[in-house]
Each structure stands twice: as C-alpha cells, then as structure tokens.
Design a protein around this ligand. Structure first.
Ligand SMILES: [Zn+2]
Length: 320
C-alpha cells in the first residue's frame, strides 16, 4: 500500500497529513509557521511536521510515494520554486523548496497553489464532488478563491481565482494589496482586525481584545471572533455583518461571470463560523445574482481545516 504526504503551508500554521491509497487520513500534525529566520527554517519545520505525521501513520517518510505542498506566493512546480510568499519570513525572493524538502525527506516533491489545491480537494473528495464546476471561497486572514471548470482547475496565467480582490465598492476601504474597495478589505480577518483595533482605540466597547488575551492569542483568530459573537458583542456582530454583505456581493459577482453549479465556503473563518454563516452568505448573494431564479448550491467545505493538506497530497499521486 502506497501512502502520500500533503502539506498546507500557511502564514500562521503548517498542517500536514499522510493519506492512504483511498485518500483517507492516517496521520496528521500541525504546528505554527516560523515567524523568524527564512525559507530554510520554514522548510525544516515542514520536514519535521511531516516526520511527525508519518510517525503517527506508522510509515517512514522515505517510503512515501511522494509529498505535495500547497503554498502561498508564486508557485512554479516545473522549477520546484516558490517566490514572493509575503506572509512567510524573509521569503520575498525565489526559493527552491523542492530541493530543500527533497534533501530532508528523500521523496518526490510536488508543489501547488494553496487555495487551488484546497479547491481541488473539495472538488474530488468534499462538498463539490457531485458538481462538474465549482468556485471555492476560502474566508480567512484574506479571502482566497479557487476555480474548477468542467472538471479542470482554472488557474489562468497563474493568478486566477483572486476573488478577494474583486471590487465591491469603488473608492472604498483600503485593501492589503494597496488598492481600494476589494472584497478582502471588508471580509478578510486581517482587515477586520485592523478595523476593530481602530474602533477599540477610539473607545468603542468590545470584548474582542479581552477574549484574545484570555485565550493567549496575539491576533483576533477565528475562534476569538466566534466567542465574541456568542457573547453578543456588538462590534463583532457589526463587523461580521459587514463581512457577510461583502462576501454576498463578491461571490454573486463571480457567479454572474462563471455560473458554476456550486460555491464551496471554506477557510479558517468559514469553517469556524460554519453552516449558519453559509446560510447568511447564501442570502446575502441573492440580491446580486443576475440569474436569481436558479442560484448555485452554496455549501460548507466538507474536509474542514485539513482540506488544504489533503488537496496537496493529491498532487503527489503517480501520473495515471
Ligand atoms: Zn485587494
């Protein structure tokens, strides 16, 4: 029996899985992404995380058929490199991630875009598996998108799926990309946190930052938002309402262009907020849908947090 490894390399965490022939997870591990050092330190952390998952699966890394890595930044699987991964430490340039992981693990390494592999996983194994064409929306620190059309991933010239930078408000809020009015500027967790901090500093009441400290966090994680909402925090409610409205407009605009069968909502916030928010996003899309008599299925990502790593493991399948 051949097993494979999958790695979801994120700005905050490295999630790894070992899967068997049937794509079932038989081992996993999760650790924080190094915030200091550089690409080599991140590669070392990936190798360690993978060894840990392999130990749980009772295999040795050298016996794996291969390891797939879903990475942010500009990913070039032919060259084996990742460039300009801004959320990773000192990773502005081009780094040969394949060579580094190859040296550490001694197995074939395949690279893919983090959001696209998560979409591919939902398409093959998760909430999208009944549908020929899907749009994956990953609502987390930013808002990422992945597209599968007629069974094939659509990556454009490398930069397709950037649903977070669909303009929902001309001249609107400043986005992390430097432009204005992008969906991500309203719905991304990082933008929501920056806005919450500004309002908090102005003296507006909120329990968001108390909860953050109680939980020993330095950021307003998805869990912090969920707890504040459960406590009836007005600021959290207002900002999540604003995010849902923005997601409704942005996703409906993408749907007007693509007309896919299903929209899959994943990402840290998406998974954490769950079905009630999927329903709210579905409703928020309706006023903006041109073909409102026949809306797409809008479903929660079925594979949860390990979905990105499971998707990455699909990259490591032997060509058929
Ligand atoms: Zn933007």
């Amino acid at each position: 029996m051949a097993s494979r490894g999958g790695v979801d390399l994120g700005g905050t965490k490295i999630q790894t899985v070992i899967v068997d022939d049937d794509d079932q997870v038989i081992g996993s591990s999760r650790r924080p992404t190094p915030t200091e050092g550089g690409p080599q330190d991140v590669a070392d952390a990936i190798a360690d995380a993978l060894r840990e998952a392999a130990a749980e699966a009772k295999v040795v890394p050298a016996d794996l058929e291969g390891v797939g890595v879903g990475s942010p930044g500009k990913v070039d699987d032919d060259a084996g490199t990742v460039a300009g991964a801004k959320n990773l430490p000192d990773w502005d340039g081009v780094y040969d991630l394949r060579a580094a992981l190859n040296a550490a693990l001694g197995v074939p390494i395949r690279l893919g875009n983090d959001v696209q592999v998560a979409t591919d996983a939902e398409f093959e194994l998760g909430a999208g598996r009944e549908h020929p064409s899907i749009l994956g929306v990953f609502w987390g620190t930013g808002v990422g998108g992945g597209i599968v059309l007629d069974g094939k991933p659509w990556t454009g010239r490398d930069a397709a799926g950037e649903i977070g930078h669909i303009v929902i408000n001309q001249g609107g809020a400043r986005c992390s990309c430097g432009r204005r009015g992008c969906l991500e500027a309203y719905a991304g967790r990082a933008s929501m946190e920056a806005r919450a901090r500004r309002h908090h500093e102005r003296g507006e009441p909120t329990v968001l930052f108390e909860i953050m400290e109680q939980r020993g966090r330095e950021r307003l994680t998805s869990g912090v938002w969920a707890r504040a909402l459960a406590a009836g925090d007005k600021m959290a409610e207002e900002m999540l309402d604003r995010a849902v409205a923005a997601l409704g407009a942005g996703i409906a605009s993408a749907q007007n262009l693509l007309d896919v069968e299903a929209v899959i909502i994943g990402g840290g916030l998406g998974v954490r907020m769950g079905e009630p928010f999927v329903e709210r996003i579905r409703e928020a899309m309706m006023p903006h849908l041109f073909n409102d008599g026949r809306p797409p299925v809008v479903a929660l990502a079925a594979l949860g947090d390990p979905g990105g790593a499971i998707g990455a493991s699909l990259l490591a399948r032997a060509p058929r």
